[in-house]
Design a binder for this molecule. Structure first.
Ligand code: G1P
Ligand code: ZN
Length: 553
């Protein structure tokens, strides 16, 4: 074992409140940068006392380790193993080749009662030598570490002066089985097996097999990211979907140049296939670490907010949810489509700040079964992460159980509940000072906006979203500026917490249309008044010089 003193410039901490540490690969490649963060994490997990003495809580414990296979994944795995061996970890369950999707890490931690796990991913951010890299810690419930822990790790990264790491040689991470690194055991596991067990428990695999046997067609775009091996193993190998159902199925270090963020802009190839006359019955895509999903029917794109609402409405058709749901939750900017379903079904519906970690307490406490975000994330109590392939299997099952197409399911839903027209506008790479000033100004004008009339609408709520966790009472403030109108329409502004270049302003636009005759308008047209209003109150064009968003989904 070697002890290395840490040069003082490598403090790698990132303010908590984001999903772990996410930076350019080049930043992560600085000597001792990753080491600083991981040592800080291990120190905190081991227990750092006030006098700086480090405890031994990790000793004898099992950690799960894996990532989305992006550039630097393999190097980082070896470094983390050496740090783990030197910091008293007894056993590491490592995905073969260093591969584990984010939901799979969660499933392995839970299924094997591990102490926790480390996920190597920058999610939907681009990969490759010029792309992004990331690391986050998940606790024994399988979910992202809470703010107390991330805050403690951050603080520790600022004071740490030495790391301990094994000088053992690299181990073979490609071969299944167990090997030793000093006193630590490393078990290289099949990345898919534990996850597949959970999926078999939730879904009727025989029914799904029957669908493919009868000729159901599907195209899953794994975007050269980690979802590929999972989708191939489950859909093609186990459920009998024809070979080639999953495309871009091999995880590549740079995602083959694709931006593995499944929205209609980045997954344009899938959209093009789904708009063709010979389109398959069902299309779907996942992001870099396979926790996000986009669901597409023939010539019909499903909005993630609608997806959550439909899943809630039809959950009882799925074996894993046949007893019904405990409740549902959505992030604040996600459309209120699910609220209408919950109300009709007499279910509790929670509105949380953006970020999956806010669902963790509700799931752990048994208050909710399904949760979702507008950003192509949906999931359930089966793990403590959102789950891309789970969502795809859910929608596949809905089609199998009802015999109806994606489009017909969604249209029927709109007829019953009305349509929540929805769009998110992202203004990317704004200088941080400009974005901060825009938000500060907006916050100052909130009192004046209250009660203001815009055309036929009156602002009934103008506030900065604050959330008190119903389980542990913790408070989160300044989670996004909301304008809610008397007809239920909403315009929401917040800055992204996951971007790595400047600031990204997100503007979320929503209105409810009960009239089925009005359900065929393009969303951007239907929302035009609200789009103009957003610019008027926030001065987006004037302040940023951007006349239009970088991406509108
Ligand atoms: C984005 C999404 C958010 C999601 C997060 C992590 O965060 O908007 O819903 O939980 O990525 O996948 P943001 O960049 O908006 O802070
Ligand atoms: Zn992701």
């Amino acid at each position: 074992m070697a002890i290395q003193n840490l040069p003082t410039h490598v403090f790698s901490g990132q303010r908590p409140g984001t999903s772990g540490l996410r930076k350019k690969v080049t930043v992560f490649m600085q000597p001792m940068y990753l080491e600083n963060f991981v040592q800080a994490l291990f120190d905190v997990l081991n227990g750092v006392a006030a006098d700086g003495q480090i405890g031994t809580a990790l000793h004898g414990q099992t950690l799960v380790l894996g990532g989305d296979g992006r550039f630097h994944n393999r190097t980082a795995v070896q470094t983390i193993l050496k740090l783990a061996a030197a910091n008293g970890v007894q056993r590491v369950l490592l995905g073969q080749g260093g591969i584990l999707s984010t939901p799979a890490v969660s499933a392995v931690i839970r299924g094997r009662q591990a102490f926790g796990g480390i996920v190597l991913s920058a999610s939907h951010n681009p990969g490759g030598p010029d792309g992004d890299f990331g690391i986050k810690y998940n606790a024994s419930n399988g979910g992202p570490a809470n703010e107390t822990l991330t805050e403690a790790v951050y603080a520790r990264t600022q004071t740490l002066t030495q790391v301990v790491l094994s000088d053992a040689p690299d181990i073979d991470i490609n071969t299944l089985g167990t090997c030793q690194m000093e006193q630590m055991q490393v078990e290289v596991i099949d990345p898919v097996a534990d996850y597949a067990v959970v999926m078999r428990r939730l879904f009727d695999f025989d029914m799904l097999r029957g669908m493919f046997k009868r000729g159901f067609t599907m195209r899953v775009d794994a975007m050269n990211a980690v979802g590929g091996p999972y989708a191939k193993a489950i859909l093609e190998d186990e459920l009998g979907a024809p070979a080639g159902t999953v495309v871009n199925a091999t995880p590549l270090e740079d995602f083959g140049g694709l931006h593995p963020d499944p929205n209609p802009v980045n997954a344009e190839d899938l959209i093009a296939h789904m708009m063709r006359a010979d389109a398959p019955d069902f299309g779907a895509a996942m992001d870099g670490d396979a926790d996000r999903n986009m669901v597409v029917g023939r010539n019909f794109v499903v909005s993630p907010s609608d997806s959550l609402a439909l899943m809630t409405a039809h959950a009882r058709l799925i074996p894993g949810y046949k007893e019904g749901l405990l409740g549902v939750a959505r992030s604040m900017p996600t459309s209120a489509a699910v609220d209408r379903v919950a109300k009709a079904m007499g279910l509790d519906c929670f509105e949380t700040p953006t970020g999956w970690k806010f669902f963790g307490n509700l799931l752990d406490a048994g208050r909710v079964t399904l949760c979702g975000e507008e950003s192509y994330g949906t999931g359930s109590s089966h793990v403590r992460e959102k789950d891309g392939l789970w969502a795809i299997l859910f929608w596949l099952s809905l089609q199998g159980a009802t015999g109806r197409s994606v489009e017909s399911l969604v249209r029927e839903h709109w007829r019953t509940y009305g349509r929540n027209y929805y769009s998110r506008h992202d203004y990317e790479a704004i200088p941080t000072s400009v974005a901060d000033a825009l938000m500060a100004n907006l916050r100052e004008t909130l009192p004046a906006l209250q009660g203001q009339v815009f055309g036929s609408r009156i602002v009934t709520v103008a506030d900065d979203f604050a959330y008190t966790d119903p389980v542990d009472g913790s408070a989160s403030v300044k989670q996004g500026v909301r304008l809610i109108f008397d007809d239920g329409a909403r315009v929401i502004f917040r800055l992204s917490g996951t971007g790595t270049e400047g600031a990204t302003l997100r503007v979320y636009l929503e209105l409810h249309e009960p009239d089925a005759a009005q359900h065929d308008r393009p969303a951007q047209d239907k929302l035009a008044d609200l789009i103009a209003l957003a610019d008027q109150v926030a001065g987006i064009h004037a302040r940023t010089g951007m006349a239009a968003p970088s991406v509108a989904t």
